[in-house]
Design a protein around this ligand. Structure first.
Ligand SMILES: NC(=O)c1ccc[n+]([C@@H]2O[C@H](COP(=O)([O-])OP(=O)(O)OC[C@H]3O[C@@H](n4cnc5c(N)ncnc54)[C@H](O)[C@@H]3O)[C@@H](O)[C@H]2O)c1
Length: 314
């Protein structure tokens, strides 16, 4: 009896002092561009066992193929050994059911940017995952407090906003909701560090820091195309070569996903007013199913013809 009390006290002390040793299995919900990157880094840098869950089995196959191809390139460049690659892949598993997350110690949700879908997932997850597990969301803009309220453990819910592409980008914005505990925040900070990332802390307001600043810029670039200020290429080149941006705003929008950009603008507009109204052109592109790189077409075309020549922004 004494030893189990001591062991529980030790575990709780461990959590308080924010090690992540007690986190052995991490669930990632959504195997799209963000979920795949998060899963790769959790296995590669933080050495956690990872279960990726997506409704769509083809997405799961694509996710494994995408991660394997990145690791193959790293091996070919001498950045990692074959053994490291196979260890990273061994720690990854894939499932189409949330139930497979029953034993996860930490879960990161990265499904599409839709408040209703995210809240429903958190409600269901809350009944599946053990009660002490932390549930994080990679939302770009939606209230963490609102998502947390869908569960009976709002103290264990937090925002963990990764940047795209996850294996490359250093930053994670951490967003505590109104009810998030200090312990949850400390453990999340530490897991972020274990993943080799640096974090900033943002208040739980629409778009947090990154998208409150970035999305109005991207939206204005869409509006500039709509009003004919210049061609798509001229607008991107002006910002790249004239303002020292690493890539033009329309290229960046294609990489983020125009559907995601529109969803974020709608959240900003709902909370902060019409200054953040989405450009009609952004709406039209999404209506047309032109989501950017992930659908092979957005402001630029990414179709790979038989000759295998990459088409897209140069
Ligand atoms: N794209 C970016 O640059 C970026 C950056 C930071 C954060 N985010 C956020 O990350 C999240 C995911 O974005 P993404 O770009 O990876 O989108 P994506 O469209 O590439 O992937 C979303 C995935 O969610 C899956 N999905 C949808 N409903 C589901 C459900 N009920 N259960 C399980 N899986 C489900 C889809 O099948 C899809 O594979 C969004 O909240 C987005 O705002 C995106």
């Amino acid at each position: 009896m004494l030893s189990s009390v001591t062991s529980n006290a030790f575990k709780s002390l461990q959590r308080y002092y924010s090690t992540t040793q007690h986190i052995q299995t991490v669930g990632v919900i959504g195997g799209g561009q963000m979920g795949s990157g998060i899963a790769q880094v959790l296995s590669q840098a933080a050495k956690k066992n990872v279960i990726v869950v997506d409704l769509n089995k083809q997405v799961l196959e694509k996710s494994l193929a995408g991660i394997t191809s990145i690791l193959d390139k790293n091996v070919a460049k001498g950045k990692m050994s074959d053994l490291e690659k196979s260890d990273i892949l061994k720690r990854l598993s894939f499932s189409d059911s949330l139930k497979s997350l029953a034993n996860a110690d930490f879960v990161i949700e990265a499904v599409i940017e839709n408040a209703e879908i995210k809240c429903n997932i958190f409600k269901e997850l809350d009944q599946i995952v053990k009660k002490e597990a932390i549930l994080a969301t990679n939302t770009s803009s939606i209230s963490i407090t609102k998502i947390a309220a869908a569960t009976k453990r709002p103290q264990n819910v937090i925002g963990m906003h990764f940047m795209n592409p996850v294996p490359v980008m250093k930053l994670v914005e951490i967003i505590p909701g109104i009810s998030t505990s200090e312990e949850t925040q400390n453990i999340t900070n530490q897991l972020t560090k274990d993943m080799g990332k640096v974090h900033t802390v943002a208040r739980d307001t629409a778009g947090f820091i990154a998208n409150r600043l970035l999305m109005p810029y991207i939206n204005e670039a869409c509006q500039a195309v709509y009003e004919g200020l210049g061609t798509i290429e001229d607008i991107d080149t002006t910002m790249k070569l004239g303002c020292n941006m690493p890539m033009g705003p329309l290229t960046l929008a294609d990489f983020i996903g125009l559907d995601t950009c529109l969803s974020i603008m709608k959240v900003l507009q709902a909370e902060l007013g019409d200054k953040y109204k989405p450009s009609p052109l952004l709406i039209r592109y999404v209506e047309a199913g032109k989501f950017g790189k992930k659908s092979n077409e957005g402001f630029y075309s990414y179709f790979i013809p038989a000759s295998n020549t990459f088409k897209g922004p140069q």
